[in-house]
Design a protein around this ligand. Sequence first.
Ligand code: ATP
Ligand code: MG
Ligand code: MG
Length: 350
Amino acid sequence: GAVIGILGGGQLGRMLSVAASRLGFRSHIYEPAANPPAGQVADRVTTAPYEDADALRAFAESVDVITYEFENIPTDALDLLESLRPIRPNRRALAVSQDRLLEKDFLTGLGLNCAPYAAVTSQADLTAALTRIGTPAILKTTRLGYDGKGQARIRSLADAPAAFAAMQGAAAVLEGFVDFSHEVSVIAARGLDGSVAAFDPGENVHKDGILSTTTVPARLSAGQRSDAVLIAARILNALDYVGVMGVELFVTPAGLIVNEIAPRVHNSGHWTQQGCAVDQFEQHIRAVAGWALGDGSRYADVVMENLIGDDVDRIPQIARERGASIHLYGKAEARPGRKMGHVNRIVTRG
Ligand code: ATP
Ligand code: MG
Ligand code: MG
C-alpha cells in the first residue's frame, strides 16, 4: 500500500494519520520534537531536525507523496524533499502563506479584498504606514505568527513605538483594523483533477487570540455564502492547489474581507468530523493521494469547542453529554494556551 509522508506531528498530523489509515494507507511522520501527538497513531515516525539532510532523504524515499500539517517548513528542507517526491499542496502555496506580505500581495492581485496593509521594517515605515492607514491598526510579524502571537494592537499613534519594539526586529506588516461583525472560514479542497469542493462556512469565535469555537451554519446570507465559496475556489485555482485549505474571512457590511489562508487542514474545520460524510482530514488525504474528492455536504448543525489548557479537566462532564463527540490529542501536559483536544456537539432542533 502507498505511504503518505506528513511533515509535522501535532494534532493535525495525528488526525491526518488516522484518516490515511482508514483509507488503507500507511503514514510516516517527520517531526523534530520527541513524542509528538501523531506518533501515537502513525505507522512510522522520524524524529530529526529539518537540517538533517540524511534523515530527510530517508523519509522522502520511504513515502509516495509528502504533505504537511504546518506551513513553516524551512526552504532548504523543502528543496531536498521536492527533488525526491511530490509535495502537495505545492511550494507556491507554502511560499505565499509563510509570509503575510506575499500573501496579501497575492490575494489583492486576485482582486480579493484584504485589510489595508503596508510593509514595516523600520520605525519610519511604521509612522508612514500609520499616516496612510490610520488607527486602530494591527502590526504583525510577516512570518511565523500563529494563535495571535507576534501581533501588537495600535489604538493610537502613541502605541507605535511599543508595537514596533514588540516585533523584535522582525519584518512586519501593518494592517488596518477591520470593523467586522463576525469571523467565518471556508475549508475547501482541490483535487489533482482540478475539481473544487468547499465545506459549508463556519463561524469562528476567538479567545485571547486562539480559536475557541466554530459554529455551523455561520450567520451568512445566501449571497455571502456563495461569495465565501467563490473566494476560496479562486485562491485554490490560482495556486494550482492540491489538498485542503482554510480561508479566514471577516464579515463586514461592505462584503467579505480575506484575513489569511492556511495551506492545510484547519482547526475551524474540525466540525466536519461529525457534520459531513467525508471530513476535512479524509478530504485532504484523498486529494494528495490523487483520489476523487468526497462528499463534504453538511448534514448536521455542529458547534466545535476547542479544549485549551485545563479545559480538559471538564472531560468527565462532557463525556456524559448527549450529542458530544470527544477528540483528544494525547498530549501529556495541559499547559495554558495549549490545544489539548476538541468537542463536536451535534445541535438538534425542535
Ligand atoms: P491563526 O492561529 O488563525 O493562524 P494568527 O496568529 O495567524 O492566527 P490572525 O488570524 O492574523 O493571527 O489574527 C488573529 C485574530 O486577530 C483574527 O482572527 C481576528 O480576530 C483578529 N485580527 C487579526 N487581524 C485583524 C484586522 N486586520 N482587523 C481586525 N481584527 C483582526
Ligand atoms: Mg495564521
Ligand atoms: Mg488566523
